[in-house]
Each structure stands twice: as C-alpha cells, then as structure tokens.
Design a protein around this ligand. Structure first.
Ligand code: UDX
Ligand code: ADP
Length: 474
C-alpha cells in the first residue's frame, strides 16, 4: 500500500444538523486541517458566521464553545461552493436526502437530487484528485452512482468515494462526536480505495482510538446506517407496542423497560415508551429500506420493517385519540396546551416530530392549541403545520391554523387550559410550579404526559387527572 496522503484541506457541502457540528469538531480536533463548510442557503451561512453565538442556526448543547474555539482559526463557513471544492483534498457531502415527494418511489425512496447536484458540481469544478466522503444517509449503492457521475467527466481527475455515515444523535451531537462508539468508513477494496480509507482514518485518529474505527466495503457501510436506525426505531416501536398492552392490563411500561433492560443481551437504551419517535432519520431511513427491499423483490422483508413505522403512526394516533376520548369525546373549542414541539429534548429540530401529527388530529377536531417550546420558533411551528398537514394557502388550512397560538411563557400557554399535553421531554417541564398551573386551569384538569416525565403521584395529589404512556389512568 502506498502511503496515504495527509489531508490538510477539507470542504463539507451542507451546513445542516450533520455537516455543521461534525465539521466543527473535526476542525477543533485537527487544528492543522483547514475546514470549510459551504451551503447554498445564504442565511444559514450568515447565521453560522454570526458573532453572537446564540444565533447559530442549530441549537445543540456544547456546539457554541466548539465553534468559538475553531471558527476563524481553521473552521470557515462560506457560500462560495466552487472555491471550497477546488481547494479541498477531501470533500464531505452532508446535504439533505429527504423522502421523495413525487414520481417513482414517492413517499418511500430517498430523493437524491441534492446529492446528484453536488456530484455534478464537484465534477465540473475539480482540477485535481479528490476523496469524496458520503456523510448523508443514502440508499445502498449511492456511492456507485456518485462514482459514475464523477468519473465520467473525462478531464483526467480521479475521485475515490468513501461512505462514512454519521451516527450522532441530535441533542447529544457534540458528546457523540467527541466520543463516538465507532467511526465507520467504507471504501473500495482496491489499493487506491484503501489509501483513501487510510487518509480518512488518519483524520479521525486525532481523537478516536484506531480500534474504534471500523473499515468495511462501501455497500456494507451504506447499509449499516439504515440498519442501525431501523434497529433503534424498532426498539422504540416494540416498547410502544407493549405500552398499549400495559394500559389495558395495568402493568407499568417503565417497570417493564427496567426489567428487560437489565438483561445484558437486551440492554437498557432505547426502551423509553413515548408518544412516538420523530427526527429526520428513523422514518426516512426505514422507508428507504422498505423501498430497497421491494425493489429487490423481498416483500416479506419490506413488510417486516414497514410495521415499525405503522406502530409509530398508531402510537401518535392513540395519544391524540386518548385526549379526545378523555375530554368527553370532543376537543372542539377547548384549549389544549402543548409543552414541547421539538422531536426530542435539547434540539430545535422538529422534523417528523410527533407533536405535529398530534396537533393535526386535535385541530381536525377543532381544538384550540397553545404551544410552548423552549427552543422552537413560531415560524418553524407554522411551517411544520402547513407543510406536513395541509396544502399551503387552502381555506381549510387557514381556518385550522387560526386555532394555533404560540407562547414564549409556559404558564400563559397553560392558563385556563382544559388539558396539557407533554410532547417533548424538556427537563424544565419537571420543575414547573404545578400547584400554580392547576389553580389556573379549568377543572377537571388533565395532563397527558407523552414522555412519562412529570411526577404522576405529585400531580394526582394536587388534583390533576394524569394520563401516562403505558400506565393507564389510575
Ligand atoms: C438517530 C440515531 O440515534 C442516530 O444515530 C442517527 O445518526 C440519526 O438518527 P436522532 O434522530 O437525532 O438520532 O435522535 P434519537 O435519540 O435516535 O431519537 C429519535 C426519536 O426516538 C426521538 O423522537 C426520541 O424521542 C425517540 N425515542 C428514543 C423514544 O421515543 N424512546 C427511546 O427510548 C429513544
Ligand atoms: P441534515 O440533518 O442531513 O444535516 P439539513 O437539512 O439540516 O440536513 O442540512 C442540509 C443542508 O444542505 C441544507 O442547509 C441545504 O441548504 C444544504 N444543501 C443542499 N444541497 C446543496 C448543494 N447542492 N450545495 C450546497 N448546499 C446544499
């Protein structure tokens, strides 16, 4: 094997939840590498460059400190995509790969148009050999497609494609990046491919022990990411399925999680019953997996994984229906306070958040929804409701959205409410003055805790009717 070349200049295309934090940490840990993160979204880049670190485009604990340390030293954010590509020896692609909303594979397959555009741009601009790293979650064999586009330019430039999926979870991105369970790098089995792998290994070795860096062939790496997310989501759907049974039988799902999690073969993580999983990855990646299986004529395998999504939809629906049923079969004209809108705590990301779907069901039953989330903006909430639930501009949408009020103070959101629904597990919800909340609510005062985070005993003693996931009413 020839000696892998040392990387001193990296470009990352896409300054989102993956590209931003990942590059910030690479720059922090490798001061000798110039890292430039580029994006077509000018506002996003301006926000990454804002001197006020509270204005970074994404909220992630610990991120501001890392950016403060590296930005301007060896970490740069720019809209000049061509220049950054041209200068870099290694290019990470971290653009979004949403589920297709049109044509073949609509609602299932990953939309690769952004990836393809990147590849064409890299091919057009590059004047010397480059290593391309897929960071976005992609269908198996995307690297092959990338390679075809990149290597058909005929201008003599050589591209090596690696797959190195990111496993960070939002809300804990910086600690996940600082101490990853593993780094996965897939590359071709040729000598050139192995050299490219070693070049990326050398970057990570600045802070990750070599034994935690797994190298595989490209397709295994690509499929590992989909599989990891499918397994994690499956655990959540499995425990949520049991939560429904608990509510009928009087068993307590949190006790079951503790009991089964103590079995080292099962493990304790990802057994927290909830209103349903959200986030940009789980649903998208499973749909993608299901689509791949159907394409390869494996309908039983496709159906098996699709059930994880169906169970999640059922859980969200069950939660909304329970609110309506408990409030005497209608929420029409009733004030429901939502605590939380993000898909989990410690992030301002709302993609696929269960809150969106629960809100939609309640709005359809003509509820008035008052929302408080510590980090999500009013603009984002309305954009979620419009894009996910209703066609932009329709009269019906306008009418429904008149019943949505956003609050910056949780107590005003809950004042005079018929019910409170907890959709995100923000820590601050546990510390509220629940006595005061109770006194200011209509009676009977209902709390529907979709995250099992408030103290049911304490709230019941105050006088609330508390509904938890997987515990039943009493
Ligand atoms: C996930 C993967 O964990 C990460 O490795 C991958 O890179 C991207 O997708 P993320 O979506 O950021 O990360 O969050 P995660 O912590 O996995 O939670 C996903 C959803 O599942 C959230 O809505 C969360 O509230 C829910 N969840 C998680 C549960 O309901 N119960 C659990 O026990 C765990
Ligand atoms: P993720 O969670 O995967 O990081 P995001 O949507 O947060 O997804 O970020 C993806 C970013 O990629 C967006 O800011 C988007 O503007 C950017 N992007 C998409 N296509 C391109 C492109 N061709 N060139 C540069 N940036 C792009």
């Amino acid at each position: 094997m020839t000696k892998a070349k040392q990387i001193t200049n990296i470009c990352c295309i896409g300054a989102g939840y993956v590209g931003g934090p990942t590059m910030a940490v690479i720059a922090q840990k490798c001061p000798y590498i110039k890292v430039t993160v580029v994006d077509v979204n000018e506002q996003r880049i301006a926000d990454w460059n804002d001197t006020d670190l509270n204005k970074l485009p994404i909220y992630e604990p610990g991120l501001a400190d890392v950016v403060a340390e590296a930005r301007g030293r060896n970490l740069f954010f720019s809209t000049d995509v061509d220049e950054a590509i041209n200068e870099a020896q290694m290019i990470f692609i971290s653009v979004n790969t949403p589920t297709k909303t049109y044509g073949v594979g609509k609602g299932m397959a990953a939309d690769l148009k952004y990836i393809e555009l990147c590849a064409r741009q890299i091919a057009k601009v590059s004047k010397d050999d480059k290593i391309i790293v897929e960071k976005s979650t992609l269908p198996v064999r995307t690297a092959e497609a990338l390679s075809t586009i990149l290597n058909s330019t005929g201008n003599g430039v050589n591209f090596d494609i690696l797959s190195s999926p990111e496993f960070l979870a939002e809300g804990t991105a910086i600690s996940d990046l600082h101490k990853p369970d593993r780094i996965l790098i897939g590359g071709e089995e040729t000598e050139k491919g192995q050299d490219a792998i070693e070049a990326l290994v050398a970057v990570y070795e600045n802070w990750v022990p070599r034994e935690n860096i797994i190298t595989t062939r490209v397709w295994s790496s690509e499929l590992s990411k989909l599989t990891a997310n499918a397994f994690l989501a499956q655990r959540v759907s499995s425990i949520n399925a049991i939560s429904a049974l608990c509510e009928k039988t009087g068993a307590d799902v949190d006790e079951i999680s503790r009991a089964i999690g103590a079995d080292s073969r099962i493990g304790a993580k990802f057994l927290k019953a909830s209103v349903g999983f959200g986030g940009s990855c789980f649903q998208k990646d499973i749909l993608n997996l299901v689509y791949l299986c159907r394409q390869f004529n494996l309908p039983e395998v496709a159906d098996y994984w699709e059930q994880v999504i169906k169970m999640n939809d059922y859980q969200k629906h069950r939660f909304a229906k329970n609110i309506i049923d408990s409030l005497f079969n209608t929420v029409s004209g009733k004030k429901i306070a939502f605590l939380g809108w993000a898909f989990k705590k410690d992030t301002n990301d709302t993609r696929e958040s269960a809150a969106i779907y629960v809100a939609d069901e309640l709005l359809q039953d003509r509820a008035e929804i008052h929302i408080y989330d510590p980090k999500v903006t009013e603009e984002q909430i309305f954009s979620d409701l419009k894009s996910v639930c209703h066609p932009e501009g329709s009269e019906a949408t306008k009418d429904l959205l008149k019943n949505v009020i956003i609050h910056t103070d949780p107590y005003s959101a809950m004042q005079s409410a018929h019910a409170i629904a907890i959709l995100t597990e923000w820590d601050e919800f546990k510390t509220y003055n629940w006595q005061k909340v109770y006194e200011e609510m209509l009676k009977p005062a209902f709390v529907f805790d979709g995250r099992n985070i408030v103290d049911k005993k304490q709230l019941t003693e105050i006088g609330f009717e508390v509904y938890n996931i997987g515990k039943g009413l009493n």
